[in-house]
Design a protein around this ligand. Sequence first.
Ligand code: GSH
Length: 202
Amino acid sequence: MDEPIFLYSFRRCPFAMRVRIALHEKEIAFKVVEEDLKNFSSRLISLHPEAKVPLFVQGQRVIYESAIITEYVDDLPSTKKKLMPEDPAERAEVRLWTYWCNYHFKPAIDRFKYGTARFAEQECQGSEEKVISHLEKMESRLSQYPWLVGKNFTLAEVHLFPFIRQLSRIQPSPSFLERFPHTQNWRDKIGARETVIRALET
Ligand SMILES: N[C@@H](CCC(=O)N[C@@H](CS)C(=O)NCC(=O)O)C(=O)O
C-alpha cells in the first residue's frame, strides 16, 4: 500500500489552495497538516528549503513549490482526467498563465491589497491600474472561451482561481471587478465545483 500523503498547508494560502484543489480533482487521498504562518512546525522548517507552505510529503518524497506539486499530483496514477492538456502548445500555455500569475499578477495584487503597510510607497504607485490591466488580459480570453486554455478545466484554472478569489475577497470589494463579468462568471463556475468547495474547507 502507498504511504499516506501529507500536505503541509495553510487554509487561506492561495498557493496551498492550488494543491488542495488538484488533489481533490484527482481524487487522491491526503492528510492536511495545518501550519501557523507565524510559527511553522520544526518538521516543515526541516523539510522545505525556503520554509513555506505548501509542502507535499509522502514517505521519503518531499516536493515543494505549488505549481510543481500540482503537476506531480496530476502525473500520479488516478482514474480522473489529466489536468494538464496533452497538446504541447496548450501545456506551454498553462505554464505561461502560471508564470504570469506568479511573477506579475500576484505581486500586483499584493501591492494593491497591502499597500504601504508592506511595500515602499514607490512600489505601490499605480498598483490598482496594474491589477486592472492584468484582469483585462484574463477577461479578453474568457470573453471568447469558457476556460483559459483549450476546451477544458486545466491546471491554469487550478493555479489562477485562488488569486481571483483572493482579489474578490478584499474588503471593501474593489469596484473595478464589475468591469470583468466573464472573469467573475469563471470564478463563480469554478467556486461551485464540488472539488473546489472541498478544497476551501480543508
Ligand atoms: N512560490 C511558492 C510560494 C508559497 C508561499 O509564498 N507561501 C506563503 C503562504 S501563502 C508562505 O509560506 N509564506 C511564509 C514565508 O514566506 O515566510 C509556492 O508556489 O509554493
